[in-house]
Design a protein around this ligand. Structure first.
Ligand code: MG
Length: 263
C-alpha cells in the first residue's frame, strides 16, 4: 500500500494511493482516497476518490524526530576516510528540516559546500521501546526516500552535527510511504541533473534496518511518524544553485528536489 500526505486547496490529509483499475501503477492515472486522521493504526478512509494528479504531494510524514545513521555503508565510510563503525553512529535532524517532493533545498549562506545523501528512510508506525531486531517489522509503517542534506564544511568544523545536518529544508522525504517493501532488497540511486551519482543496495547496510530499530529503540522511545535515515552509499557530492537532485528507490518511487540559494 502507498500512503501519501497531500494538500488540495486548503485541505491537508493523509490518503491511500491506488493504481487505476486493472492497470499497473502509474502516477498519471492513479487515484488517492483520503483518510480521516492519521495512518498509524486502523485506517478510516473517506468515501471519495481523487485523481492523484490533482493533489499536491507533501512530505508523507511529519516526524517528531529524525534519527540519522552515519557511515552505514563500508564504501562510504572509506570515502570519508573512516573505518566502518563497530556500533551505529547516530545523530538527530530537527523536524523543521523536513520538506516534501518538489520543494526547494535552500543552500544557507553559512556553508560553502552542501551535499546530497540519498538514503532509505524508515517510517515508524507505533510507539515502541526495546524492540528486538526480529520484531522490527511490527513497529515499521513503511519506507520512503530520504535525502540527508549535509553542510559538509560545517560537519568537518563542528564536533556535533546539529548545525551541519539541521538547516531548514535539509531533510527531503517522499514521494509517499510504501508499506510493502523488503529493505534488504532496496536499490537506492541518487542523480543530479540526470547524472547518476550514487548507487547503493540495502543488502550492503552494515547495520540492517532491524538492527537499527533495535539499537535506536534501546536508547529512545520511538513515536509514530519518527524517521530513521539508514545512511548513505558511496558517491556523495556537492549541490549547487539550480541543481535538480533525485533520490530513487525501485519499488518505492522517486523524490525530486530543486536546489536554490537560501534567504
Ligand atoms: Mg546520511
Amino acid at each position: 500500500m502507498l500512503i501519501t500526505r497531500f494538500s488540495l486547496e486548503s485541505t491537508v490529509a493523509f490518503g491511500v494511493i491506488e493504481p487505476a483499475e486493472g492497470e499497473e501503477f502509474d502516477p498519471a492515472s492513479a487515484t488517492v482516497t483520503p483518510m480521516r486522521g492519521h495512518p498509524y493504526g486502523e485506517l478510516d478512509l473517506v468515501d471519495l476518490t481523487l485523481p492523484l494528479s490533482t493533489v499536491r504531494l507533501l512530505a508523507p510524514v511529519l516526524p517528531a524526530k529524525i534519527i540519522g545513521i552515519g557511515k552505514n555503508y563500508a564504501e562510504h565510510a572509506e570515502e570519508m576516510g573512516s573505518e566502518p563503525p563497530s556500533e551505529p553512529l547516530a545523530f538527530l535532524k530537527p523536524s523543521t528540516s523536513v520538506i516534501g517532493p518538489r520543494e526547494q533545498i535552500k543552500i544557507p549562506e553559512q556553508s560553502q559546500r552542501v551535499d546530497y545523501e540519498g538514503e532509505l528512510a524508515v517510517v515508524i508506525g507505533r510507539m515502541c521501546r526495546h524492540v528486538a531486531a526480529d520484531d522490527a517489522a511490527d513497529v515499521i509503517l513503511g519506507y520512503t526516500c530520504g535525502n540527508d542534506v549535509t553542510a559538509r564544511d560545517l560537519q568537518e568544523r563542528d564536533n556535533q552535527w546539529a548545525r551541519a545536518k539541521g538547516f531548514d529544508t535539509f531533510c527531503p522525504l517522499g514521494p509517499w510511504i510504501q508499506t510493502e517493501f523488503d529493505p534488504a532488497a532496496a536499490r537506492i540511486e541518487t542523480s543530479v541533473n540526470g547524472e547518476l551519482r550514487q548507487q547503493g543496495s540495502g543488502a550492503d547496510l552494515i547495520f540492517s534496518v532491524g538492527k537499527l530499530v533495535e539499537w535506536v529503540s534501546s536508547i529512545m522511545t520511538l513515536l509514530p511518524g519518527d524517521v530513521i535515515l539508514t545512511g548513505t552509499p558511496a558517491g556523495i557530492g556537492q549541490l549547487n544553485d539550480g541543481d535538480h537532485v533525485k533520490v530513487e528507490i525501485a519499488g518505492i518511487g522517486s523524490l525530486d528536489n530543486e536546489v536554490s540559494l537560501g534567504d
